[in-house]
Design a protein around this ligand. Structure first.
Ligand code: GUN
Length: 284
């Protein structure tokens, strides 16, 4: 039997439709969810991501502001803008597109976003809430991964989930979310010994290492749900995930393609977070 291909585009579309419907209801009570995105410098990939966030906000009927600042912007200027947006009642979510230019300390900027508006879920307070299990805005890609697994019909509770990668943006938070969903969670990383032996015991394998086609069929337990978070540009211009998709397809039970798997979920969950932040600000 060949693997189920998990259609991230379709599932992201489902989430977006739900968010749009809820946003319409909220608008009826006079509240328009508002997202502010800050882009510093002219990194072409970041410009594309920010453009799609802006477009999706328009589709959702959200208020959106994009602050495109020159690469020479100082940290003080950026912090001043974040402070203004923290105080702006029309804005419920603030996202500072990463990476920032090297002269700006990312941590200082992320820490300055008020926790109620932290729609990326990257701040220490949001992270702490996630670990404790308190109510908070969840990081978009990890939250999107949980939605993909559930909405494609797979059980998480009781399963062995192996996460390869330990970044603050994906690996660590997705491990915490899987734990919250009652999986038994193992986190592997660049210093892990016997990676294949561990990965091949996973019922759910999440890979976020940023190395094209690094994970082969030796890492796949027959029937495993394989979630590939990698987006790598190959020399031939094509995109590849961290998983060798073609080679792993025969063994896996379900896999996410790249592109069209995890990617579309990130913006969908950003919209979900902005709606949630707007509702909370309004106390509804
Ligand atoms: N750059 C790449 N991915 C992300 C993301 O999820 N959030 C932010 N703020 N910047 C990014």
């Amino acid at each position: 039997m060949s693997a189920q291909v998990i259609d991230g585009k379709r599932i992201a579309g489902e989430v977006r439709s739900e968010v749009k419907l809820e946003a319409e209801k909220l608008r009826a009570s006079g509240i328009v969810p508002g997202l502010a995105v800050i882009l510093v410098g002219d990194d072409p990939a970041s410009a594309v991501y920010v453009g799609s966030k802006e477009k999706t906000c328009a589709e959702m009927g959200f208020h959106s502001e994009v602050h495109r600042l020159p690469g020479r912007t100082t940290q003080e200027e950026l912090l001043e803008l974040v402070g203004q947006l923290n105080r702006n009642e029309l804005i419920h979510g603030i996202l500072v597109q990463l990476p920032l230019p090297p002269h700006i300390a990312e941590k200082a900027v992320i820490d300055a976003i008020s926790v109620e508006k932290d729609v990326d879920g990257f701040s220490p307070q949001s992270t702490g809430n996630l670990v404790i299990g308190d109510e908070s805005l969840l990081p978009c890609t990890p939250a999107g991964i949980i939605e993909l697994i559930k909405r494609s019909g797979h059980e998480i509770a009781g399963k062995h989930a192996v996460v390869i990668g330990r970044s603050n943006i994906v690996g660590k938070p997705v491990a915490m979310l899987l734990l919250r969903e009652n999986a038994t969670v193992t986190v592997c990383h660049s210093r892990t010994e016997n990676l294949e032996a561990i990965a091949s015991t996973a019922d759910i394998l999440v890979v976020a290492i940023g190395k094209p086609k690094a994970i082969g069929p030796g890492c796949i337990k027959p029937g495993a749900v394989v979630i590939d978070v990698g987006v790598n540009r190959l020399d031939n211009g094509k995109l590849a995930g961290d998983v060798d998709y073609e080679a792993c397809l025969p063994a896996a039970g379900a896999v996410t393609p790249v592109p069209g798997g995890v990617g579309p979920m990130t913006i969908a969950m950003l919209m979900h977070n902005t709606l949630k932040a707007a509702r909370r600000a309004a106390g509804v």
